[in-house]
Write a protein that binds this ligand. Structure first.
Ligand code: 48F
Length: 254
């Protein structure tokens, strides 16, 4: 076989353009590829929801990738063990109810599940704004290449329409803050101090539609609610992603 560089280039360009154009209108967009966003996207995809995951960095995984203080291990408690099983993530019981898994395997398996479920990934893509029309709902995203932002270039963005948006941007709750900053009726209280028990217990109550069309999951949910952080225990992130997927699917009538 004789390789043709132009064919390689055409394959990449045509396929990625097709994917972008195909997702200019979609059911759900998950912003952020950390554990809650990955779990949410994978489960939405499994429910047949047309869904994209948009991640500003080159690599997905968010704060799960680095485990605790760069030791690539995560802890998951009993309540979320079934999700480790569901995604095929291997683990070891450390003490009763405390399960330890490899953070890199966890990211890889969640990503693999999302890919298998038909989720489209747009990495190196930053959501810099949302669209809110006369109906008062978040109905779309304003996106640009992350390097445009990094280089401080003045380049206008493009837009993607979605019926439901999931803010999975972690501690900063970036999408909720955009809505708040632009005058939407939403208050982001900001995350509180570290208290794993409390943060993990309450996260499911905070995982909800906080503004018409905008759902929050993971640390973004706790940040909006002014709730505590929890450090490298990840059960709440997976459970919150699952809850967000259920709420979005329900809203879409699936
Ligand atoms: O921070 P992150 O992992 O969010 P999470 O799913 O999980 C939190 C845990 O990792 C950990 C914790 C709990 O155990 O405390 O910190 O709530 O992932 C958030 C992702 O969102 C991306 C960001 O790069 C990261 O990968 N992100 C943030 N802002 C944007 C974005 C944006 N404007 N556009 C696209 N992606």
């Amino acid at each position: 076989m004789t390789l043709n560089e132009v064919t390689i280039s055409r394959a990449i360009l045509e396929e990625q353009h097709r994917a972008i154009i195909d997702h200019l209108e979609m059911d759900a967009a998950v912003i952020g590829g950390g554990p809650s966003g990955l779990a949410c996207a994978a489960l939405l995809g499994e429910k047949g929801v047309k869904c994209a995951l948009i991640e500003k960095k080159l690599s997905i995984g968010g704060g799960m990738w680095g485990g605790g203080m760069m030791f690539p291990r995560i802890v998951v408690q009993e309540e979320a063990r079934r999700l480790l099983d569901r995604f095929g993530i291997a683990y070891k019981e450390f003490e009763e109810g405390y399960y330890v898994a490899k953070s890199i395997e966890a990211v890889a398996k969640l990503t693999s599940a999302a890919c298998d479920a038909g989720v489209e990934f747009f990495n190196l893509t930053s959501v810099e704004d949302v669209m809110i029309r006369g109906d008062g709902r978040v109905g779309g995203l304003v996106v640009n290449w992350t390097p445009v932002d990094m280089a401080g270039l003045h380049v206008d963005p493009l837009t993607m329409a979605c019926t439901c948006t999931v803010d999975a941007t972690g501690h900063d709750a970036m999408i909720a803050r955009m809505v708040e900053r632009k005058g939407g009726n939403l208050r982001v209280k900001g995350e509180s101090f570290m208290w794993a028990e409390r943060a993990e217990t309450r996260i499911l109550d905070h995982t909800k539609e906080v503004f018409p069309g905008l759902f929050v999951t993971g640390m973004a949910a706790n940040a909006v609610a002014g709730e505590c952080r929890m450090g490298p225990i990840f059960g709440g992130m997976l459970l919150s992603g699952e809850r967000a997927a259920e709420l979005v699917a329900e809203r879409l009538g699936r």
